[in-house]
Design a protein around this ligand. Structure first.
Ligand code: ADP
Ligand code: TMP
Ligand code: MG
Ligand code: ZN
Length: 188
């Protein structure tokens, strides 16, 4: 039987990693076999764990590419019930096909990532994975400007790079609602 693909998306601080950690705990309590992956670029709180903004964490295997994830998965072929991947937006697009292969090998996949960059543009890898998912959970945060629970996009407070890839936390990014994003950027 094929596995199931669940994708959790939303802006920063919307509880994506916390939800992934809850799902990992369910598998751990059930004594299931699983692997947790993170992209090696994510050195924000730890290199060896996935970590929520509140400090909850779980050990993770860091990989530099989707191919490295595929190879590590292959070493455990036939033994796994699920894999968990944090920060999917940092992966190259080949991860999409690799995830398809993993699901069809009978393993459940849980992915977490930003759906949009601070430029209000979709992150390609995340959006492609949403397209092939069985279930997409879209989360919100509390808007850092107006305080309403309707933040759907991340806003970059500092203007030191044009890159859409830049690891960081509260010193660089806040979560905002559409109206506050528009007031801050004047883009729409
Ligand atoms: P994500 O992975 O989506 O960035 P985390 O699961 O790591 O989110 O962190 C979620 C936690 O961040 C919340 O439980 C809350 O304690 C904290 N937090 C900080 N700022 C906000 C905010 N603006 N809205 C919601 N939660 C926030
Ligand atoms: P988080 O969703 O767990 O808070 O982590 C998001 C990570 O992605 C964090 O390291 C900051 C980074 N990031 C980008 O690289 N580009 C962006 O446009 C945004 C909003 C965040
Ligand atoms: Mg996170
Ligand atoms: Zn707002």
């Amino acid at each position: 039987m094929s596995g199931k693909l669940t994708v959790i998306v939303g802006p920063m601080y919307s509880g994506k990693t916390t939800e992934l950690l809850s799902l990992i705990e369910i598998y751990a309590l059930g004594k299931k076999n699983y692997l947790v992956f993170k992209p090696s670029i994510d050195i924000r709180y730890s290199e060896e764990h996935i970590v929520s903004h509140t400090g909850l964490k779980a050990p993770a295997i860091k990989v530099t590419s989707s191919d490295e994830l595929r190879k590590t998965f292959a070493e455990h072929a036939g033994q796994l019930d699920a894999i968990f991947i944090d920060e999917i937006h940092f992966f190259d697009e080949n991860i999409v096909q690799i995830i398809e292969e993993i699901i069809y090998s009978g393993v459940n996949v849980f992915c977490v990532g930003l759906d949009m960059s601070y430029k209000h543009r979709p992150f390609k890898t995340t959006v492609q994975i949403m397209g092939i998912a069985d279930e997409v959970i879209k989360k919100k945060a509390v808007c850092h400007i107006c305080g309403e629970y309707k933040a759907v996009v991340s806003y970059r407070k500092v203007d030191d790079t044009e890159s859409e890839i830049d690891v960081g936390g509260m010193e660089k990014y806040i979560a905002v609602c559409r109206d506050c994003y528009n007031k801050l950027t004047g883009r729409f």
